[in-house]
Design a binder for this molecule. Structure first.
Ligand code: 86X
Length: 509
C-alpha cells in the first residue's frame, strides 16, 4: 500500500505564506474555491466566490462612472488586421502578445483576425464616424469585457493571466482640460475601489517616461504593495492620450470659432482588471486562508449550528435549525449577506475550517445552550476574537462589527505600507532598502537611460527569477504626494544630474 500519497483531501493549507508564497497562493485560491485550474495555460476558471468580488467592484465603479456621464456599450472581441495595424507605432511593442485566428474548421481564413488585447483599434474608427461637429463631443464610453494577451511570462491566477476581465473606458473631448480633469476623477475612483472596497491602500501618481503607455501623453496609476513578497503591483491606470490617437484615427471636428480648420479630439482611456482580486488575496490572506473585506464578501456572516449530539432530542435539534434559519432571515432582511451551513454530513469543526479558509468575515455559532440564554457566539475572521451577543442585537451588532473588520483590514495594510515605503538619498541606502523588501522613493532625473541603469544595477544575480530578491527595480510612479518634498537643488542619486522629483521604485509584478 502506498503510504506517502499526497493528502489531497486535506482541508487546510499546507504551505505557509511567509515560507512559500507561491505554494500558499495557489493553495489559498483553489481551496477557498475562488479558482479552478483549466487545461489552457494561463487561463483559469473564476468560480462564484471570486466572480462575486468582481461583481461588487463592477457595481461600485459602474454606478460612479454613470454619475460622470459615461455610458456602457459593447464592441466586438475581434479586430481586423487592417484596424489593428492602423496604429503600428505603439502596437509593435505588443505585437508578440496578440492572438490571431487564422482558421475555421480546416479552412484558412482569407485574412487573419486578431482577438482584442485592448480595444483602441476596434473603437476609434467608429469614433471617427460619430464625430463631425463639436456638438458630437464629448463621447464617454465604457465596456466591461474580456481581453486576451498571449504572454509568455510565468502565468499567475488573477495577477498575470492570458485572458482577463476588465473595464475599458474610452472618452473623447473637444476641450483638453475636460479630458485631463477626467483622468484624475477616474484615478480617484480606482483608489476608492482599492481603499474603500478591497481595504488596500494605494499610492497615486504618474508613470515615468519609461513606464507610461507609449501611445499616450501621460499615464496615471494606483500602485499597491504586497509585503509578503516585497513587490509592488500596478492596480489600475488612467491615461491622457492628448491628440495622439485622434490624429491616427481622424477623430476630428470643426471649432465654431475657427471655421474650415479641423480640430483633433482630446482623448483618455482607463482600465481596471480582475487583478484586483489577486492583490486582495495577497494583502489580506493568512495561514488559515483568505480574508474577505466585508464590502466585497459574497457571504459576510456564516451561520453554523453547534452542539448537535446523539443526546440532543429530535425536537431540540429541530428548534436549533429553526433558530439558525431565523437568524438568516433577520440578517438578510437587514441587508447583511448571510448564509447558513445546515449540512448534516459535516461537523461544526469542519465547517469552521471551511468557512475560515474561504475568508468569511464573521462566523455566527448557535448551540442549544446559547438558545436557552438568548444569545449567540460571533467569531471574527481577521482577529479570531470571540464574543457573545444577545439574540436581539444580531443585526445592529454584526453590522457595526463588519464595518470594524473593514477598517481593521485597511489599517493593517496601511501600517504595512507605511513600514515598507521609505526614502533614500544615496544608492547604497536604496539598494539596502530594496533588499530588505521595501519600496523606495528616491530623487530622480526622469530619464529613460537612468531608469534602465537602475534596473541593471539593482539586479543582483545573472539568474533572474521573477520576484526573487535578485530581480531589478522598476519605477512604480512619481507620487502625487511624496514622503518628502524634493529639496531645492537635489541631485539624482547617481550624483550626476539634477533631480526632477521623488520617484517611487521597487521590485514589481
Ligand atoms: C496598453 C492601454 C489602455 C484601454 C489601458 O491601459 C486602459 C484601457 N487601453 C493599453 N496596451 C496596449 O495597447 C496593448 C496593445 C496590444 Cl496589441 C497588446 F497585445 C497588448 C497591449 N497591452 C497594453
Amino acid at each position: 500500500m502506498a503510504t506517502n500519497k499526497p493528502t489531497t483531501t486535506r482541508l487546510g493549507l499546507e504551505a505557509k505564506k511567509e515560507e512559500n508564497l507561491a505554494d500558499w497562493y495557489s493553495q489559498v485560491i483553489t481551496k477557498s474555491e475562488l479558482i479552478e485550474y483549466y487545461d489552457v495555460s494561463g487561463c483559469y476558471i473564476l468560480r462564484p466566490w471570486s466572480y462575486a468580488i468582481w461583481e461588487a467592484i463592477k457595481e461600485f465603479f459602474d454606478r460612479e462612472i454613470k454619475k460622470m456621464g459615461v455610458e456602457n456599450c459593447y464592441f466586438p472581441m475581434f479586430v481586423s488586421q487592417a484596424a489593428l495595424e492602423k496604429e503600428k507605432s505603439h502596437i509593435s511593442d505588443f505585437a508578440p502578445e496578440v492572438a490571431w485566428i487564422t482558421r475555421s474548421g480546416k479552412t484558412e481564413l482569407a485574412e487573419p483576425i486578431a482577438v482584442r488585447p485592448t480595444s483602441e483599434t476596434a473603437m476609434y474608427p467608429a469614433y471617427a464616424k460619430w464625430v463631425q461637429s463639436h456638438r458630437d463631443l464629448p463621447i464617454k464610453l465604457n465596456q466591461w469585457c474580456n481581453v486576451v494577451r498571449w504572454e509568455f511570462k510565468h502565468p499567475q491566477p488573477f495577477l498575470r493571466t492570458r485572458e482577463f476581465l476588465w473595464q475599458e473606458g474610452h472618452t473623447a473631448f473637444a476641450i483638453r482640460e475636460e479630458a485631463t480633469d477626467e483622468v484624475l476623477q477616474i484615478l480617484e475612483l480606482y483608489a476608492r475601489v482599492y481603499e474603500e472596497l478591497l481595504a488596500i491602500p494605494v499610492v497615486k501618481g504618474r508613470k515615468t517616461e519609461k513606464e507610461k503607455f507609449a501611445g499616450g501623453d501621460y499615464t496615471t496609476t494606483v500602485e499597491a504593495f504586497v509585503s509578503a513578497s516585497g513587490r509592488a503591483i500596478q492596480g489600475a491606470t488612467s491615461h491622457h492620450l492628448r491628440q495622439n490617437f485622434s490624429k491616427m484615427f481622424e477623430i476630428v471636428f470643426e471649432d465654431p470659432m475657427k471655421p474650415g480648420e479641423k480640430q483633433f479630439a482630446y482623448q483618455n482611456s482607463w482600465g481596471i482588471t480582475t487583478r484586483t482580486i489577486g492583490v486582495m488575496n495577497m494583502t489580506h490572506g493568512d495561514n488559515q486562508g483568505l480574508i474577505l473585506p466585508p464590502r466585497v464578501a459574497c457571504v459576510q456572516v456564516i451561520i453554523i449550528p453547534c452542539g448537535i449530539t446523539n443526546n440532543l432530542s429530535e425536537e431540540d435539534k429541530e428548534s436549533l435549525i429553526k433558530k439558525c434559519s431565523q437568524y438568516l432571515d433577520r440578517l438578510m432582511n437587514a441587508g447583511v449577506r448571510a448564509r447558513a451551513d445546515l449540512r448534516d454530513n459535516y461537523s461544526p469543526g469542519w465547517k469552521f475550517n471551511h468557512w475560515e479558509l474561504k475568508g468569511v468575515p464573521f462566523r455566527l455559532e448557535v448551540g442549544p445552550r446559547d438558545m436557552k440564554n438568548h444569545q449567540f457566539v460571533a467569531v471574527r475572521r481577521d482577529t479570531a476574537s470571540k464574543l457573545t451577543v444577545p439574540e436581539g442585537a444580531a443585526e445592529t451588532k454584526l453590522k457595526i462589527l463588519l464595518e470594524e473588520i473593514q477598517t481593521n483590514l485597511y489599517n493593517r495594510a496601511a501600517q504595512d505600507l507605511k513600514d515598507h515605503m521609505v526614502l533614500a538619498d544615496t544608492m547604497e541606502q536604496f539598494q539596502q532598502e530594496l533588499d530588505s523588501g521595501k519600496i523606495v522613493q528616491i530623487p530622480f532625473c526622469g530619464s529613460i537611460e537612468c531608469e534602465d541603469w537602475i534596473k541593471k544595477t539593482t539586479t543582483r544575480d545573472q539568474d533572474i527569477e521573477p520576484g526573487a530578491p535578485s530581480m531589478g527595480a522598476n519605477s512604480l510612479c512619481i507620487p502625487f504626494k511624496p514622503l518628502r518634498e524634493l529639496q531645492h537643488g537635489a541631485m539624482y542619486i547617481s550624483g550626476k544630474e539634477p533631480a526632477q522629483h521623488y520617484v517611487l521604485f521597487g521590485r514589481s509584478y
